[in-house]
Design a protein around this ligand. Structure first.
Ligand code: SAM
Length: 281
């Protein structure tokens, strides 16, 4: 049986054509061996069991076959929190943290009502719940699988003030009588067009859920609908905060009519506008 250090070196070499062989080998090794990073560094001579070794090389083989690393390790870090992700549920992306930042920037009081439409694994809702323990948070999705994983993440992070509810866009809010009651509506909705989907790398197209990414023929369908329909659920002065695609700023801007003020776009680390914020008049 090989040591952690030997298995790590072997994995790194096998994964040499992946984006980050060292990080990926370490993530898969920690996952197969069920050990933490501290043990990885403090006990390089620790020997794994035959089963753990076999599990590790199976993970490496599946990674080489193209499976996203987050689905293999079943975790992805977001807002410095380890989130559980499973195939069928979108893997959180770093640019989505901008939504959390914006809510925290605009949040001015306790007990605000915040709705996360299309919560996926719950990354936005759970991150906000940890930051704003007094807020009332409602998280929706059409996917039962996403909601199951989101509930699990909330429970693992010990936040119990999120109401998870299944339904199409704002339908669950109607049932909850939330008309004109929301301080924030946030969403990272599907915004990819059918054509863009066809061009996406196999690592995304082959494994991540199409329904979580594709909005329709133009990719703008869901964003336009959310901008229009969110008005009935926001309080006056309430905020709408949405992630958008890389080239959607101009069209998205045109969806805001005179009923909105302070429409602004925030840029990601590459300087691309990826989040729009607006306040209902
Ligand atoms: C781009 S993913 C975002 C997931 C997560 N919020 C994040 O930021 O990583 C979009 C999510 O919206 C959900 N969704 C798609 N269409 C929806 C709809 N009509 N109503 C509610 N949720 C929807 C998908 O199931 C998916 O979980």
């Amino acid at each position: 049986m090989a040591t952690i250090q030997e298995l790590f070196q072997k994995g790194k070499s096998l994964l040499r054509d992946c984006p980050d062989p060292s990080l990926e080998a370490k993530i898969l090794l920690l996952s197969a061996a069920s050990i933490g990073e501290e043990q990885f560094f403090s006990s390089p001579d620790l020997r794994l069991s035959r089963k753990q070794e076999r599990d590790y090389f199976q993970l490496v083989a599946r990674r080489l076959a193209g499976l996203p690393i987050a689905y293999l390790s079943e975790t992805k870090e977001f807002w410095s929190i380890p989130f559980r992700v499973l195939p069928g549920v979108l893997i959180p992306r770093p640019e989505t943290e901008l939504i959390v930042e914006k809510v925290l920037e605009f949040s001015s009081q306790n007990h605000e009502t915040i709705v996360d439409v299309g919560t996926g694994c719950g990354n936005i809702a759970v991150s906000l719940a940890k930051e704003l323990p007094e807020a009332r948070i409602i998280a929706t999705d059409t996917s039962a699988k996403a909601l199951k994983v989101a509930r699990l993440n909330a429970s693992e992070q010990k936040v119990d003030h999120i109401l998870f509810t299944r339904g199409n866009l704002f339908a669950p809010l109607k049932k909850l009588n939330l008309k004109r009651k929301c301080d924030f509506i946030v969403s990272n909705p599907p915004y990819v067009s059918e054509n863009e989907w066809a061009e996406l790398p196999q690592e995304i197209k082959g494994y991540e859920p199409k329904k979580a990414l594709v909005a329709g023929y133009t990719g703008l369908e869901m964003l336009q609908k959310i901008i229009k329909d969110s008005r009935s659920f926001l309080k006056s002065e309430g905020y709408l905060i949405l992630e958008i695609g890389e080239n959607q700023r101009k069209e998205v801007n045109s969806f805001f009519n005179s009923g909105w003020k302070r429409v602004a776009f925030s840029k990601d680390l590459s300087g691309i506008p990826r989040v729009v914020t607006a306040q209902k008049i």
